[in-house]
Design a protein around this ligand. Structure first.
Ligand code: GLC
Length: 747
């Protein structure tokens, strides 16, 4: 509030009117084509004003280090002087209107600002964290969630979200895995494209611009440590990391964000190969690039640029554009142009991209289009939005274990609910909850969700927010369990430990929680673990004490309702993991699409000399693509329409899936391939298709996948798709570790 008031006072005290000519300048004439308007505006702009369009300034809470902040008064003056093109972290109709008015009415050319914000999984109605949402394997649902986030954000003054994040990661030590779609490039690409379409729609009033981030390969930070070094070769980049970014660009993403990390020893923001060669030339990206928070400045910390002028020149030459919070572009570009180090033509080209988007979304014609108090009142946190969040929550929950069908619960069962997390609003919410910060937007806890479902529940804390237990807490939990028919224990890690700058060397279940599980186990009651966390945790120590394990992630506003829906079988779980669950921390990175290695297993005649650990299995505890239902599915009659595939033709892989259980359910049918011999070695399995089907008890359905050369191809290190003749293993199943296979010959 303080900030708004300061902005507002400044605005009132600084009313400056520029002489208006009677004729409307061409760039303000909405009847003219965008290109004409852009060209006219560029012809009027000074080099300083052009550099201003490359300057993005923080106007709210800090989502990065505050070291460069010049203060509010200075920022206002910069806007008046035409030296700010966009702002981040300013939200709300009133707040954005004040700043937009300064830009439009008090700057010389009245170029409107773009307002950007991290709308990662909802704005006020919060959806499951993106990693959980991906477990639904339902791009249409992901699209709908993004569309609602856009509707709410755009009703509160925003034009632009810094999402979707699509960094492939195989390392649950990295906190930011919560923001992505997991370890698989194929699934990641589908979801990235869906989220982009959801946010952007047709660039209308209820949409926001999407951002492809973080470009590129940020998810490969060494040892999962935040902002760490990245060492990935081009072949791996093209096949593992780049596909989701590419899919998002092809889906029409208007903007893209540089990542903090280096690629091939050059910071991503200054990386000509990534930005110019791959993004602009190979993929034909025509949109806006924005740095990450101070990522231009951090090229100096990386030891790649010497001073501000060096930074500006290097990032500009690489093809990068908007500077978030370093202010080197606005301060250095005019001088670099004057010295002839940057051409006016290149600067115009960059600025034209930004202006084009502003024209395209109608900001010059109605700069206040997202400052409508009625829309703000009607479009945010509505029952319909909450309903979709609940649906997404149900479909994100992964059932990892369910011995003797402990679940679903029966309505008459007496329940002991144990665990601090089950009653905490904060800990099942963060990271990135956008504007859902007031108590009015608190999520439904598991305790509330169960009560609302009419369950007979007794709650005991078991452990506290610091993951400590005491004799008293344990005794209380055991007493509650003794009275109950079934015990639900909400273990896991707070959402505050998920997200940016939340790397963990030990993504495990805390000791105190294991102790509580042990104590409860001794009561002889059935134990159901509800695990809330923003990443796959190592569950190996907890697993033996649990009859059932429900991975609830962090589901947003409707968290507790969605969990209750699944526990009581009002929704039969269908989600499948999108990251492998490690058996032990020492196994990380562990992922399904690994290479075969030279000595994969003893059955290959290697005797004891093979790739393994002596103390733990090679396999993760739960594989990629795994997830149970309250019913069971049988796969049979897998066949290929032909054993040979010729160039330009298709082969159909068909399998029959039968619901062999007693209740209706949904199954995610997965298609994998393995290129047995290629010019570059290929992974033991690669996801290449999936379909979600619904089956009544006893019902069977045939599912087919069309296979052609494009689907089987892989990238070489130049980013060219290729496929040599030879054998390809085609597999289908309900999990990457349980597949039916057949051989296909590509000729
Ligand atoms: C950050 C993040 C990025 C975010 C930006 C703006 O530090 O890395 O994802 O969009 O700041 O908040």
């Amino acid at each position: 509030m303080k900030k708004v008031a300061a902005f507002f006072l400044f605005y009132l005290s600084a009313q400056v009117t520029f002489s208006q000519s009677n004729t409307t300048p061409a760039y303000k004439n909405s009847k003219l084509p965008v290109a004409t308007r852009v060209a006219h505006l560029l012809s009027l702009m000074t080099v300083e004003e052009k550099a201003g369009q490359l300057n993005q300034v923080n106007g709210g809470a800090f989502t990065g280090p505050a070291a460069n902040d010049p203060g509010q008064q200075a920022k206002m003056k910069m806007i008046q002087a035409g030296k700010v093109g966009s702002m981040l972290n300013v939200t709300g109709v009133a707040e954005t209107k004040v700043l937009q008015t300064i830009a439009v009415e008090q700057s010389r050319l009245g170029i409107p600002l773009l307002f950007a914000y991290d709308v990662i999984h909802g704005y006020k109605t919060i959806f499951p964290i993106p990693l959980a949402d991906a477990c639904a394997w339902d791009p249409e649902l992901s699209r709908q969630a993004a569309a609602i986030a856009a509707k709410e954000a755009s009703a509160e003054g925003l034009h632009w979200t810094f999402a979707p994040m699509m960094d492939i990661s195989r390392d649950p030590r990295w906190g930011r895995v919560m923001e992505g779609a997991g370890e698989d490039p194929f699934l990641g690409a589908q979801i990235a494209a869906a989220r982009v379409k959801g946010f952007q729609g047709n660039f209308g009033e209820e949409n926001v611009l999407a951002t492809v981030k973080h470009f590129a390969v940020y998810g490969a930070v060494e040892a999962g440590r935040e902002y760490n070094h990245v060492n990935v070769d081009r072949y791996t980049a093209w096949n593992v990391h780049l596909p989701p970014y590419k899919a998002a660009v092809q889906a029409g993403a208007a903007t893209l964000m540089n990542s903090f990390n280096v690629f091939e020893a050059v910071p991503a923001s200054a990386n000509k190969y990534l930005v110019t060669d791959v993004l602009k030339k190979q993929w034909g990206f025509k949109g806006i690039l924005v740095s990450d928070w101070n990522s231009f400045g951090e090229t100096m910390t990386h030891g790649y640029a010497a001073d501000s002028a060096d930074v500006a020149l290097k990032v500009f030459d690489a093809g990068s554009m908007i500077d978030m919070e370093t202010r080197v572009m606005v301060s250095q570009i005019p001088g670099l142009v004057k010295k002839g180090k940057i051409s006016m033509q290149a600067l115009n080209e960059a600025v034209a991209r930004i202006l084009s988007i502003k024209f395209k979304i109608g900001l010059f014609d109605d700069p206040y289009r997202n400052c409508n108090p009625e829309r703000q009142a009607q479009h945010v946190f509505t029952p319909a939005h909450r309903e979709l969040s609940r649906k997404a929550g149900q479909r994100s929950i992964v059932l990892l274990k369910n011995n003797e069908q402990v679940l679903p619960l029966q309505s008459q069962q007496k329940i002991a609910l144990v665990g601090y997390l089950a009653a905490s609003t904060d800990d099942v919410f963060d990271f990135w909850v956008a504007a859902a910060k007031a108590p009015a937007y608190n999520p439904v806890t598991v305790q509330e969700g169960l009560k609302h479902a009419g369950a007979n529940v007794v709650f005991a804390k078991g452990f506290d927010e610091n993951n400590r237990t005491t004799q008293a807490l344990t005794a209380e939990a055991v007493a509650a369990a003794a009275q109950a028919d079934v015990v639900l224990v909400n273990i896991g890690l707070s959402g505050k430990l998920a997200g940016e700058d939340r790397s963990l060397a030990q993504p495990e279940i805390p000791d105190a929680q294991i102790e509580i599980l042990k104590a409860l186990r001794q009561t002889g009651k059935k134990i159901v673990a509800l695990v809330s966390a923003g990443r796959p945790l190592v569950l190996t120590k907890a697993e033996p004490y649990c009859d059932a394990i429900v991975y609830t992630w962090i589901l947003g506003t409707e968290h507790g309702h969605a969990v209750a829906d699944v526990l009581f079988g009002r929704y039969n779980p269908s989600a499948k993991t999108v990251m492998s669950f490690p058996y032990a921390v020492g196994q990380i990175p562990v992922y399904y699409n690994h290479m075969n290695t030279s000595r994969p297993d003893p059955t290959d005649g290697m005797g004891n000399w093979y790739s393994r650990y002596r103390d733990i299995p090679n396999e993760p505890l739960y594989a990629f693509g795994y997830g149970l239902s309250y019913t069971s599915f049988a796969y049979s009659q897998f066949s290929l329409s032909s054993q040979q595939l010729k160039k330009g033709q298709q082969v159909k892989a068909t399998v029959t899936i039968t619901n062999t259980g007693k209740v209706a359910g949904e199954e995610i049918v997965q298609l994998y391939i393995r290129d047995m011999v290629a010019n570059r070695i290929r992974p033991v399995a690669e996801l290449k298709g999936f379909q979600k089907i619904a089956l009544q008890p006893g019902e069977s359905k045939k599912v087919s996948f069309a296979i052609d050369a494009a689907l089987l191809s892989y990238y070489n290190e130049l980013g060219q798709l290729q496929l040599e003749p030879g054998e390809i293993k085609i597999s289908v199943g309900g999990s990457s570790d349980k597949l039916l296979s057949a051989m296909l010959q590509y000729e």
